[in-house]
Write a protein of this length. Sequence first.
Length: 501
Amino acid sequence: MLELQNIEKAYGPARVLDGVTLLARPGQIHAVLGENGAGKSTLVKIAAGLVRPDAGLVAVNGDPLKAFTPRAAREAGVEIVTQELTSVPARTVLENVFLGHRVVAVGSVQRSKHARQRFAEVCEECGFSLPGDAIAADLSIADRQILEVLRCLIRRPKVLILDEPTSSLDEERAHRLRVLLRRLSDAGTTVLFISHFLNEVLETADWVTVLRDGRLISSGPTEEETEASLINKMVGRTLSVLYAPKTLPPAEAETVLEANDIWWGSAVRGVSLHVRRGEIVGLAGLIGAGRSEFARCLVGAAKPDRGTVRIAGGPPIRPRNPRRAISAGLVMVPEDRKQQGLVLGRSVAENLALSKPQTSGHLGFALPRRLEDAARDWIRRADIRPASPAAVVGELSGGNQQKVLLSKWLACGPKILIVDEPTRGVDVGAKAAIHEMLAQAAASGVGVLLISSELEELLGLAHRIVVFRKGEVVDEVEGEASERERIMTAAFGAAGMGADE
Ligand SMILES: Nc1ncnc2c1ncn2[C@@H]1O[C@H](COP(=O)(O)OP(=O)(O)OP(=O)(O)O)[C@@H](O)[C@H]1O
Ligand SMILES: [Mg+2]
């Protein structure tokens, strides 16, 4: 159904794809795996006509694409959900879904009965629904991800490509998406997806292709693979996924962050907690439990209705202004690197320097040697690839952008660091590097507030875990593996898995 033959692609001197061939049959669920920067996104963008290869052939159902344009690929029946969100923020859900769709003219979508009916049908069929009149910018990241899927499905693709589709979904929605993919494939659609979740690949895909440094390493039935065999193919060596033992903060370590009775709309309901110097406090809960909203309240990115925050021993304040939080030593690495945090057109070194207000004047000029050296140091610690301070951030792979973002905020020497899903979309090796960076930051005295939907990550890193449900703190436990059950039960509520989101 989808045929990629001998694809070559280079950006300047960097060879991104080196003679890659991939064949996906009708009705197959085909996973593409590889480390950050292996060339996965580039490969699937070529299949969807978004990137032109230097050499090679793309064919759908035996017919070569007429041109390497999105339109030609779309006419051949290929639809893609890219790694970055592409919906137009100021437009409604309906407008986004029908953008460029020939059946309904732009501008009249909102009034078109036909469009509404078709949209309702697709929502019904796929088991995900969104309010058609909502503005895309107002949706959560998870819902914007769903929006992109709906936009593809409305066109009934023969080949559906998804680049890390579950990286911003909670476990329940990720599961529903996997069920949907299975249903589509049963109906004959070819599904090609990229994921860093090995269990997801093993569970969902029929076939798995592994890339390393732009080369094809293997392509075969998933049933012949295990988690270990896949990691081995991806990184070319065996990797330990174990967490290092935790360094406990000293008993007398003072409190660096204290939140008192924070309220924000109906999303955050009277939350109090504290973080001590050198302590990693994890926030567990389902997506939508209010953890990100609470974090945004702490830095003043959302303005709490009630409650106070004390930063580094300062007076209790009602946060109003993220910049003031930063100068007090409280920084947050947001969940969505695409919307906040990185200047995509600037170099790695410039982005790393940007967090320090006093150096921002250098933007656009040659960076001082000192900053370039500092950048090299972060590049090494975070294993950012390519390892060049001059590399443009927008041209890095998704996972490497994530590493730059975290480094940028660590580089400004915070007293308290809030990280929201810091390892979403990074590969197994990079994940270990990020864990190490967080543990080191804590060991050097930073108080860390870690939001993660991955329980393993919380248990592996946090000294203490606070569990959120529906905007409230419902439990607090030691960060011990033995607490897993208790955390799950608290997060889901007594009703049990899935029933109480
Ligand atoms: N427009 C571009 N200009 C220059 N280099 C690019 C561009 N797009 C991608 N690259 C480079 O191509 C390589 C492969 O990138 P790609 O995005 O395909 O990786 P990936 O396998 O999807 O990684 P990730 O898991 O991090 O998303 C990277 O080294 C990246 O820096
Ligand atoms: Mg990618």
